[in-house]
Structure formats: structure tokens, C-alpha cells
Design a protein around this ligand. Structure first.
Ligand code: NAP
Length: 302
């Protein structure tokens, strides 16, 4: 409700629509590369049989194929060792048909993610998680790869005309793949950033006192429907990264996926909001495709 008592309904920041626009732009770049004898290639490696990860990996493979790229989806058993994974990465690093490598997280407990990520050639690290690319992002240096989910959020905001400069961005979550890089991107003295950033996490006291200050609230905790309307400032922009399963007897599989934001109620208070599903997820995947095309372009740049 605004100050006149009128109920507002937020503008929907449609990630599917934005991803399809960006895919169209990528098709043109891919056609140009093909003209030069290069077909961008993405290898996605999964270890284990986590159902959600298997689904994500399949979707990434399908997105690559739909764009006419080379897609290698490597599904390894849970018993696959860290040494075997490192050997596989070395093969992919050396394969000229592969321009991008993504190792799906989370990995089984016997594999250390940081050790594995550090073995990916930074020039093929299209997930943007190699320490060299993380360092470049943090120092605002060009030439690396930006991590897919936070950069997807940044692009979704920017292309919807949502200004971040001078705004207070509050991020709930501080993981290496979402929260921390999201904060690093938003604080840069650069276009589509230049925000004042607050990062909240499980040790934050009175979290709502921070979320209520947000001009742009980014929820990346993985706690279903955690963000309620009383935690959101009137007219804020709300981005929902989280994905959780909740039981739903009416759903075909007995569950459905929901975000961190209580969408139906928060949309009455926000000025713009991402749906979930259909917001950040498709943006994450299209940025992965975009990074892979960029890697292929760089592979032939003089
Ligand atoms: P993560 O590694 O589990 O990190 C979750 C973060 O949220 C941690 O920093 C944690 O704090 C914080 N947190 C958890 N519960 C909290 C609470 N009650 N109050 C305050 N902070 C809390 O997860 P992630 O990898 O960052 O992913 C976050 C969510 O986004 C997950 O649901 C994941 O599935 C989803 N995701 C979606 C996409 C997409 O494309 N849509 C991509 C990546 C991830 P501590 O650090 O103190 O533990």
C-alpha cells in the first residue's frame, strides 16, 4: 500500500523473457563464430546423483544445444574421487573444442570444491569461481568471468532500468557463489553498480531491521518464504535467488519449488519483484551461455 492507501502491485522482473532476449543476441555472436570455424563448447561436470543438481545440469546442456553450441554433460558416480575429477578437468582444459567448464555444486563431501575449482583453466572458468576470476571481479578488473547468478541479477536489474547507483542494496546470504560476489559486484564504482551494500547472514541480529532499509533487497538464503511483507520497505525492489522444496500433495511430484520471498504478499508492497521460478534461474543459465560464448571469442582474439 502506498501513502495514499492505494494497494500497489509490483512490476514483475521476468527472467525468462530477459533470458530469451539475451539468447537471441547470443545466437548472432555464435553465428559469427561459426563463420570463423569456431563452435562454442561447454562442458558441465556433475559428481553424484543429487536430483536437483541433475536437473540443473540437464537444463544447462539443453540451453547450450538450443543455442547450437557443443554441449558435453559428464555425469560421474558418487564414488568418483577428487583425483579423478582433477584428471577430468585437465583433459577438458586441454580440449580445444571446449571453451567453458562448469563443475556443478555442491560436490560430494569427499571432494574439496576450492581445490577442484582452482584446477580449472581461468580462461575456461565460465562459472567465474576460480580465485583469479574472483580477484579480478573484486578489484573491478576486466578480462575475467563474472559469476553467473550474481551477474544474472545485475543484468536483470540493469536491463529493466532499475538504478543501483547510490541505492542501499541489502543481501541476505554470504556464500561464495551468490552472496559474497553479489556484494562485490554491487559495490564496484562502475555502471550498473555503485551501491551501498549490506550483507546479512545467520549471525545477523535483528535481520529485519536491515532488510527494511533496503532499496533493493536480494534474498539468497535457501529458506522457504522467509522474507515477509513486514521485512520489506514500501516500494523496494525485491530479488529472490533462493530455491527450496516444499511438500505439496497437489503437485505431480508431491513437492514444489519456492523462493526465499513470500511472493504473493510481498508483491503488494514492492515496486518490482522477481518471480520464482522464472526470475533468477533463467538469468543464471543465460549468463553461463554468455560467458561460454565470450570464452570462445577470446580464444581466437589476437
Ligand atoms: P548457501 O551456501 O547455503 O548459503 C546460504 C546463506 O544464507 C549463508 O550465508 C547463510 O548464513 C545464510 N542464511 C541461511 N539461513 C539464514 C537465516 N535464517 N538468516 C540469515 N541468513 C541465513 O546457499 P547458496 O549456494 O548461496 O544459495 C542460496 C540459495 O539460492 C539456495 O536456495 C540455492 O538453491 C539458491 N540458488 C539459486 C540459484 C539460481 O540460479 N536461482 C543459483 C544459486 C543458488 P551463514 O553464512 O551464516 O551460514
Amino acid at each position: 500500500m502506498d501513502s495514499t492507501g492505494t494497494i500497489m502491485t509490483a512490476r514483475i522482473l521476468d527472467g525468462n523473457l530477459m533470458a530469451s532476449t539475451i539468447s537471441q543476441e547470443l545466437r548472432e555472436r555464435i553465428a559469427k563464430l561459426r563463420g570463423q570455424g569456431i563452435v562454442p563448447g561447454l562442458a558441465v561436470v556433475l559428481v553424484g546423483e543429487d536430483p536437483a543438481s541433475m536437473q540443473y545440469v540437464k537444463m544447462k546442456g539443453k540451453n547450450s544445444q538450443d543455442l547450437g553450441m557443443v554441449a558435453r554433460t559428464l555425469m560421474m558416480p558418487e564414488s568418483f574421487s577428487q583425483a579423478e575429477l582433477i584428471e577430468l578437468i585437465a583433459e577438458l582444459n586441454a580440449d580445444p573444442r571446449i571453451h567453458g567448464i562448469l563443475v556443478q555444486m555442491p560436490l560430494p563431501k569427499h571432494i574439496d570444491p576450492q581445490t577442484v575449482i582452482s584446477k580449472i583453466d581461468p580462461k575456461k572458468d565460465v562459472d567465474g569461481l576460480h580465485p583469479m576470476n574472483v580477484g579480478r571481479m573484486l578489484s573491478g578488473e576486466a578480462g575475467g568471468f563474472l559469476p553467473c547468478t550474481p551477474h544474472g541479477v545485475q543484468v536483470l536489474l540493469a536491463r529493466n532500468g532499475i538504478q543501483t547507483e547510490g541505492k542501499h542494496v541489502v543481501i541476505c546470504g554470504r556464500s561464495n557463489i551468490v552472496g559474497k560476489p553479489m556484494a562485490a559486484l554491487m559495490m564496484q564504482k562502475q555502471k550498473d553498480a555503485n551501491a551501498t551494500v549490506t550483507v546479512c547472514h545467520s549471525a545477523t541480529k535483528d535481520l529485519a531491521s536491515y532488510t527494511r532499509q533496503a532499496d533493493i533487497l536480494i534474498a539468497a538464503m535457501g529458506v522457504a518464504h522467509f522474507i515477509k511483507p513486514d521485512m520489506v520497505k514500501e516500494g523496494a525492489v525485491v530479488v529472490d535467488v533462493g530455491v527450496s522444496r516444499i511438500d505439496d500433495a497437489t503437485a505431480p511430484r508431491g513437492y514444489r519449488l519456492v523462493g526465499d520471498v513470500d511472493f504473493d504478499k510481498v508483491k503488494e508492497k514492492a515496486s518490482a519483484i522477481t518471480p520464482n521460478p522464472g526470475g533468477v534461474g533463467p538469468m543464471t543459465r543465460v549468463i553461463l551461455m554468455s560467458n561460454t560464448v565470450l570464452a570462445a571469442e577470446r580464444s581466437i582474439a589476437k
